[in-house]
Design a protein around this ligand. Structure first.
Ligand code: NAD
Ligand code: UDX
Length: 457
């Protein structure tokens, strides 16, 4: 093997990223470690800990050949010359910056583990999303080693999205690598670039200074989320004016300067990244004395909260101002299609608000039921979970579409209509169903940012 790469953190990013690196670079040994024993056992088994289309095949090809999963963090650190750190960096829930700043405790712990167990010089790669200038803190901690070792710090943020992670990793729009502009920093940058050059065309590898790379990651997520909040805010205006958000988005997206992607109105963005990273950006702006800039970005999160609340208000208003005791089916609990991940899913907010209104929930999702159970475990109220959509719909007054799973389009809504209470409602929080056809089958249909189809007026 040419080199040994270690990745600390075997989560949604560490697992798939390293599996693709191992697959594409058979002459590198890739070890992925985690303190979570259950997760590592799952990575070693046929039942991977995360659902990601195409991931099983990639892992199967490389595992045991040059891809290894282990809980032995110390042995990994000792062996590897390049260490990717892909631990979680959640929003801080305590102390200074609570609710906005990134909680860097897991990150700092890995830096200390690296110092303690390293016997030779290493390149340490920030794969986690971090506040700008974290590398400076990392450098100070690593340079405090008394063994005379040299650590080069590289920023190489990850841009994959869940549900399309394997494709995103195999064919990235760009790979970003940031390094200090010193001879040693540039040498380390080249070592990381050499890994990606195994499958990524050189023109897609963008190199910058460390701080630009760290900040680009936060800003990329903020810009993407901002598009969704922009379009969601306009969906509210469409509902007041008989404009149609699908028509507005597609006509607007034809402008090549705007482009067609990420303009789908929804009940709001979820996922572990957008909210956390924007709030982190807001915190940084406040920290650096830029309150106007902070307020600008914070509004993206506020509109996202507003959109989910607005959706629930619409449900209440149209269901005669009360859902107490009414059974409501939730179709889709994952934060987006093709994943079982429910972190920050708008379905959690909507479900909790409806439970507060004393609705009875019947939840259906192709991949996220296990996580949904955990998310709602402490919520008072009556909740049932169903693999089968028809079973979930039985006896309900309304169906809420909260995730854009493709198969939801193919369900037999005549059959569903028959087993529901009447009047039967559908609130399509993702605009994926055929609203007119459903109306003709007897449903009262409420899309987002489009005209409603109601038999009740
Ligand atoms: P995750 O929670 O799924 O995984 C992180 C893993 O790190 C956990 O399994 C945890 O046990 C492990 N860990 C924590 N401290 C450790 C330590 N000291 N030693 C060994 N293992 C340790 O998180 P994730 O979704 O993979 O995200 C990781 C980072 O990547 C975050 O900074 C996130 O913002 C960023 N990111 C995530 C995505 C995404 O789609 N999920 C995309 C791009 C970037
Ligand atoms: C995001 C970024 O896209 C990715 O580059 C980064 O590395 C991690 O964060 P992810 O959160 O996995 O990825 O999924 P993404 O496809 O961005 O969707 C995020 C949320 O926005 C989902 O809830 C999705 O349903 C929602 N969304 C997306 C919309 O509501 N409308 C859209 O047009 C696009």
């Amino acid at each position: 093997m040419k080199k040994t790469i270690l990745c600390i953190g075997a989560g949604y990013v560490g697992g798939p990223t390293m599996a693709v690196i191992a697959d594409k670079c058979p002459d590198y040994k890739v070890i992925v470690v985690d303190v979570n024993e259950k997760r590592i056992k799952a990575w070693q088994s046929d039942e991977l800990p995360i659902y990601e289309p195409g991931l099983d095949e990639v892992v199967r090809r490389a595992r045991g050949r040059n891809l290894f999963f282990s809980t032995d963090v110390v042995a990994g650190i000792k062996e590897a010359g390049i260490i990717f750190v892909s631990v979680n960096t959640p929003t801080k829930t305590f102390g200074a910056g609570a609710g906005k700043a990134a909680d860097l405790q897991y990150w700092e712990k890995t830096a200390r583990d690296i110092i303690e167990h390293s016997g030779h010089d290493k390149i340490v790669v920030e794969k986690s999303t971090l506040p700008v200038r974290t590398a400076e803190a990392m450098r100070r901690i690593l340079e405090s080693n008394t063994k005379g070792l040299n650590f080069d710090i590289i920023s190489n943020p990850e841009f994959m999205a869940e549900g399309t992670a394997v494709g995103d990793l195999q064919h990235p729009d760009r790979v970003l690598i940031g390094a200090l502009e010193t001879p040693s920093g540039q040498k380390a940058l080249q070592a990381i670039k050499d890994i990606y050059l195994n499958w990524v065309p050189e023109e897609r590898i963008k190199t910058t200074n460390l701080w630009s790379s760290e900040l680009t990651k936060l800003v990329s997520n903020a810009m993407l989320a901002q598009r969704i909040s922009s379009v969601n805010s306009i969906s509210a205006l469409c509902e007041k004016t008989d404009a149609n958000i699908l028509e507005v988005s597609s006509a607007m997206g034809l402008d090549s300067r705007i482009g067609p992607k990420f303009l789908r109105a929804s009940i709001g963005f979820g996922g572990s990244c957008f909210k956390k990273d924007i709030l982190n950006l807001v915190y940084l702006c406040e920290f650096y004395g830029l309150p106007e800039v902070a307020a600008y970005w914070e509004q993206v999160v506020k509109i996202n909260d507003y959109q989910a609340e607005r959706f629930v208000r619409k449900i209440l208003m149209n269901m005669f101002n009360s859902v107490a005791g009414k059974k409501i089916a939730v179709f889709g609990f994952a934060f987006k299609a093709d994943t079982g991940d429910t972190r920050e899913s708008p379905a959690i907010t909507v479900s909790k608000m409806l439970l507060e209104e004393r609705a009875v929930l019947s939840i259906h999702d192709p991949k996220a039921l296990e996580n949904a159970r955990l998310d709602l475990a402490d919520c008072p109220g009556e909740i049932s979970y169903h693999e089968d959509p028809y079973e979930a719909a039985a006896g309900t007054h309304a169906i809420l579409v909260l995730t854009e799973w493709k198969q939801f389009r193919d369900y037999d809504y005549r059959k569903i209509f028959e087993v529901m209470e009447k009047p039967a409602f559908i609130f399509d929080g993702r605009n994926i169903l055929d609203h007119r056809a459903l109306f003709e089958q007897g449903f009262n249909v409420y899309p987002l940012g489009q005209r409603e189809y109601s038999h009740l007026t």
